[in-house]
Design a protein around this ligand. Structure first.
Ligand code: MG
Length: 258
């Protein structure tokens, strides 16, 4: 099993980056692993921590319509260059936390996605140097208020509500380039989304090169690489689980915002 890098809150209220062992003990690191954090002697037993999203990004850069089958279901051709937008850092929640549907939206959708974690400050990275800037990979759900996305014409509101970026549960350093992504609702045995990440239009390296030519990426920043076909609505009471082969499963429950 690949090493799993986590971020946790201890029972004493402290935030730590750590290594998650198979028996769920967490070995504490002295810094984020992409900033050369080293293992310490401190260890947390499963009852002594809660898992957080695995990084705390300064920004989340997301890519729209990066799978041809999803662009088609949205009724548009694939974009000729990456179509990017930002999600605020306050959208991030951990695996196991609640996605809140806001009262302004009539339709809130899941979008299962591969997330890239940037390891170092980078600007204007040439394509041939882009891949090593990706420190690791995790799973994201780019939750979207679909009706507000259509109504506003731009996506800040639709993509920006608190809790609209479940992220985690942990980071792995490498992933198979043909890894499968699947999204499941509740106890349904069949996935609502199922695709190989290989069918992405713009590859992770191309996205890092393209985005870093626009804005400086900082350590711990996140790139969401787009969702395949099969998007659909969430309703309060639902459970949604995004799985990526070689990483694990990101699972969240859905509730109406009070
Ligand atoms: Mg998306």
């Amino acid at each position: 099993m690949a090493q799993r890098y986590v971020r946790v809150q201890s029972h004493l209220g402290h935030l730590h980056y750590g290594l998650l062992h198979p028996d769920r003990r967490v070995q504490v690191l002295d810094a984020p692993p992409w900033l050369q954090g080293q293992p310490t002697d401190a260890e947390l037993a499963p009852a002594q921590y809660t898992i957080l999203a695995p990084c705390a990004p300064s920004k989340i850069v997301a890519v729209g319509k990066n799978y041809a089958d999803h662009a088609a279901e949205m009724g548009t051709p694939p974009p000729p260059e990456p179509l990017i937008f930002l999600k605020p850092s306050t959208t991030v929640i951990a695996s196991g936390s609640t996605i809140y549907c806001p009262p302004q939206a009539q339709r809130v959708d899941y979008e299962g996605e591969l997330a890239l974690i940037i390891g170092e400050r980078c600007a204007q990275v040439p394509l041939e140097e882009a891949q090593p800037k990706i420190w690791g990979y995790t799973i994201a759900n780019d939750v979207t208020a679909r009706d507000l996305q259509a109504r506003d014409g731009q996506w800040t509101r639709a993509k920006g509500f608190d809790s609209f970026c479940p992220l985690g549960p942990w980071i792995v350093r490498g992933i198979n380039s043909a890894a499968h992504l699947q999204t499941f609702l509740n106890d349904q045995p069949d996935p609502v989304q199922s695709a190989s990440i290989e069918t992405m239009i713009f590859s992770p390296g191309q996205l890092v090169a393209y985005i870093s030519d626009i804005m400086t990426l900082l350590p711990g920043d996140v790139i969401l690489t787009g969702t395949p076909a099969g998007i659909g609505p969430l309703t309060p009471g639902d459970r949604v689980r995004v799985e990526i082969e070689g990483i694990g499963a990101l699972e969240n429950v859905v509730a109406a915002r009070a």
